[in-house]
Ligand binder design. Structure first.
Ligand SMILES: [Zn+2]
Length: 130
């Protein structure tokens, strides 16, 4: 593996964008099996070229910038999904309401019967079942 280490010196390597592209490529490779769509097949052939080009690229600054652009789009989506998953997991213990005045999401413990909820943002009081 020494030759490979030497080969990779000064090259960019993998990053989140390459990993995402690989994930998309795997998805496309499955899709191309079932559809036989020409555009999908073209992507199936072109994507590995782009992925390897990025990994072995010596223009590290450019690749880094591309990854940053990707992360600026990807991170908010990832966080949103993470929040949704956490919320589904917490449904056993908490109930979620939206403030009738300002739409702020409010979390209250489950199983406490009728409770009054005060919105921390706008101080609106609501009576809800928990
Ligand atoms: Zn409110």
């Amino acid at each position: 593996m020494n030759w490979f280490k030497r080969f990779m010196v000064g090259r960019y390597g993998t990053d989140q964008l390459s990993m995402a592209l690989m994930g998309i490529w795997i998805f496309i490779s499955i899709l191309s099996r079932f559809t036989g769509n020409r555009i999908i097949n073209i992507f199936y052939i072109i994507m590995p070229i782009i992925i390897f080009y990025r990994i072995f690229s010596k223009n590290i600054a450019k690749r880094y910038q591309e990854n940053m652009k990707f992360l600026r789009v990807w991170n908010p989506i990832k966080n949103k999904v993470k929040t949704k998953i956490q919320r589904v997991k917490a449904l056993k213990y908490y109930r979620y309401y939206k403030c009738s005045n300002c739409r702020q999401t409010l979390r209250v413990p489950r199983g406490k019967g009728k409770i009054s909820i005060t919105c921390p943002k706008c101080k609106t009081v609501m009576i809800k079942k928990s």
